[in-house]
Write a protein that binds this ligand. Structure first.
Ligand code: BT5
Length: 280
């Protein structure tokens, strides 16, 4: 972190390449001053046979994608828009675990580079003081039932001022600059993030999700014991958060029935706010 202005965008990629010490994540690195979506470009590279670790980074996205057809606000020159291509030899059923892995990596990079306290909100948001600073979008390429590639898209609001967000996001979104009061070196952050991603990915490949579960629960501890409602594909489910199952499913205690429920996907709202005085 530093107090000086962020380097111009053309320096971002060069500085990042120089800082990278990861064995394979970020190699090769495709950088664009402006692109529709790094996930779209990475998907094209995947279809052309690019290998695990290939990264696409842009200084601006004109069509940044969120989940379920939503969009990701991607102003130029201030944030990180990263898509990482992965080719794990796993079943498609475990791919959502990569979003959980990415959230842990983002939380660890924020702690390392900014000394701030992030909180993971299941499944794929990282918040600071109740406001979203990161969103994650994992997309798959399959052939029949076989997984060919995963595009792990990660957007982190790094130096965005509040004016970079549309008014409807002003009370929901934040950046590392807004949260910590200091400009953050984007290249240093991206290098730290790729390092944490690769370390956790190797652990996941070798030992599976159980090896990551306690780290996830540590960074998501603000959610444990909270009453939430989840807009899940199967309908709205409400209950108290118990933690994560060994496969990454969210475990809830359903108050009406007293039953334990597993939730595999959905949008979480914390009843009464994410933490005292904060928003979900
Ligand atoms: C996400 O979707 O949070 C996934 C975002 C993934 C973005 C990365 S950037 C690199 C890669 N390339 C892409 O095209 N995408 C990925 P979701 O959970 O659906 O959240 C989207 C919602 O978050 C929006 O509907 C807004 O309410 C809010 N939002 C949009 N832009 C935001 C921002 N920059 N910061 C915080 N919140 C935002």
């Amino acid at each position: 972190m530093n107090d000086t202005a962020d380097p111009p965008s053309q320096d971002f990629a060069t500085t990042l390449s120089a800082l990278l010490t990861t064995p394979s994540f970020g190699e090769p690195l495709h950088f664009f001053p402006s692109i529709d979506s790094t996930n779209i470009y990475a998907a094209r590279l995947a279809r052309e046979g690019a290998s695990t670790g290939t990264a696409v980074i842009a200084d601006e996205q004109t069509g940044g994608k969120g989940r379920l057809g939503r969009s990701w606000v991607s102003p130029p020159g201030v944030n990180l828009y990263l898509s990482l291509l992965l080719r794990p030899a796993v079943s498609t059923a475990v791919v959502p675990q990569l979003s959980l892995l990415a959230a842990v990596a983002v939380a660890e990079a924020i702690i390392e580079v900014c000394q701030l306290t992030p909180a993971i909100k299941w499944p794929n948001d990282v918040l600071i003081a109740g406001k979203k600073v990161c969103g994650i979008l994992a997309e798959m390429q399959t052939e029949g039932t076989t997984l060919r590639a995963v595009i792990l898209g990660i957007g982190v609001n790094i130096n965005a001022p509040l004016s970079a967000f549309p008014p409807e996001l002003h009370d929901k979104a934040s950046s590392l600059l807004l949260a910590g009061g200091k400009t953050v070196d984007r290249a240093a952050f991206a290098a730290a993030l790729l390092t944490h991603l690769e370390k956790l990915y190797v652990l996941w490949i070798e030992q599976g999700f159980p090896a990551l579960r306690s780290a996830w629960e540590h960074h998501a501890s603000g959610l444990l014991g909270k009453k939430i409602s989840v807009a899940a594909p199967e309908g709205t489910v409400s209950g108290i958060v118990l933690g994560l199952d060994i496969d990454g499913a969210l475990l809830l205690h359903e108050e009406q029935t007293g039953a334990q429920r597993r939730v595999l996907a959905g949008d979480v709202t914390v009843v009464g706010g994410y933490a005292h005085g904060e928003q979900s």
